[in-house]
Design a protein around this ligand. Structure first.
Ligand code: SF4
Length: 352
């Protein structure tokens, strides 16, 4: 006889999770205290920062953004360059552009007041299904499921779901919807996030402390860490390039802005060869100025989501009067921190 799907066997009680949340909720800088109204701008800002970033890394950026742009109107009128510069170091820079575009749209189309429904939120630039559901549920108490990695892990374990990610995503969302309570949608969404972050962790989940441990199929099977199942990952290719660190006699560094579209769009970089599978045979042909270029020792390495980058740094000292070629500019030493250099370029600049 065929074994019954474990997901048909149990329904974890939402009330138990909410009771656990009332006792153990995390204090987070963007989270309202019990009984307070949640500011949708804080949810928007934090949820975009938290995509691909830990709470610890996002927290100081959240504080500095909020101090500088305390509401959606202030962020909407900020120059994009300043927003990118304030984002520098947090990575995945498309998020900063999305944040800015979303703020402008809320200010222009909705007079600075976020729409409340997922269907309207999702029409805003930079707001995908996850962020729309997070804002709708947490700030406006709408019935919505912001399914992120934490939710997927918890749900796949509760139901011991046997289909691997990413294919399982649609089914996990349907299963997540069956867990929703009849009220307190915002608390429930945040409770799921907290459970995934503190108890149902990727490795060594603390099942003994979990409010749903008697309804969890993966725990009953004895191997909760197996879930969520995943298809084997494709190997990440390596791209290589040469970065040219031209240093003027007064210490200024030659830089340029990347095109707005594509990887690190609009960010500042030192000039380099294209990033490809192999290094160019004669890198100096790509150098931005004529100089005595010298390769430095170990390459700079950086891992992006779809490839790893190995940048060999070539350095040259150039005279004080050297003119920046078209599309380039000299950045004085004291101006480096104000430029939107992404992490990979800050690693290159560390070779100064
Ligand atoms: S019992 Fe364990 S595996 Fe199951 S949801 Fe709770 S922490 Fe996760």
């Amino acid at each position: 006889m065929e074994k019954a799907e474990p997901e048909a066997m149990r329904r974890p009680e939402p009330a138990r999770l909410l009771a656990w949340y009332d006792r153990h909720r995390r204090r987070l800088p963007w989270r309202a205290l019990p009984g307070e109204r949640q500011d949708p701008y804080k949810v928007f800002l934090s949820e975009i920062m938290l995509q691909q970033t830990t709470v610890a890394a996002a927290a100081p950026y959240f504080a500095s953004f909020l101090a500088r742009w305390p509401n959606i109107e202030a962020l909407a009128v900020a120059p994009l360059g300043e927003v990118l510069s304030a984002w520098a170091g947090l990575g995945y820079y498309a998020r900063a552009r999305n944040l800015h575009a979303g703020a402008k749209a809320v200010a222009e189309r909705y007079s600075g007041r976020f729409p409340m429904s997922v269907s309207e939120l999702i029409t805003l630039p930079g707001i995908g299904p996850y962020t729309a559901a997070a804002i709708a549920s947490i700030a406006f108490e709408q019935r919505a499921v912001p399914v992120d990695g934490n939710w997927e892990r918890v749900v796949s374990r509760l139901f011991a779901h046997s289909e691997p990610l990413p294919k399982a995503r649609a089914r996990l969302r349907t299963l997540a919807e069956t867990l929703l309570p009849d009220a307190r949608y915002g608390d429930f969404a945040q409770a799921m996030m907290d459970l995934g972050a503190t108890i149902c962790t990727p490795r060594r989940p603390a099942c003994a402390l979990c409010p749903w441990n008697d309804a969890c199929a993966a725990r009953a099977d004895g191997e909760p860490e197996r879930y969520p199942l995943r298809l084997a990952k494709m190997a990440r290719p390596t791209r290589r390039g040469v970065a040219f660190l031209a240093v003027r006699a007064d210490g200024a560094v030659l830089a340029r802005s990347r095109p707005m579209e594509g990887l690190l769009g609009g960010m500042t970089e030192v000039p380099s060869t294209p990033w490809e599978g192999a290094l160019p045979t004669d890198p100096v042909q790509h150098a931005p100025v004529k100089a005595a270029w010298t390769p430095l020792n170990a390459p700079v390495t950086h891992v992006f989501s779809h490839f790893a980058l190995e940048l060999t740094v070539w350095r040259a000292e150039v005279p004080a009067g050297t003119v920046a070629p078209a599309g380039h500019r000299w950045v004085p030493v004291r101006g480096i921190d104000d430029e939107a250099f992404p992490s990979v370029m800050r690693k290159v600049l560390a070779r100064l």
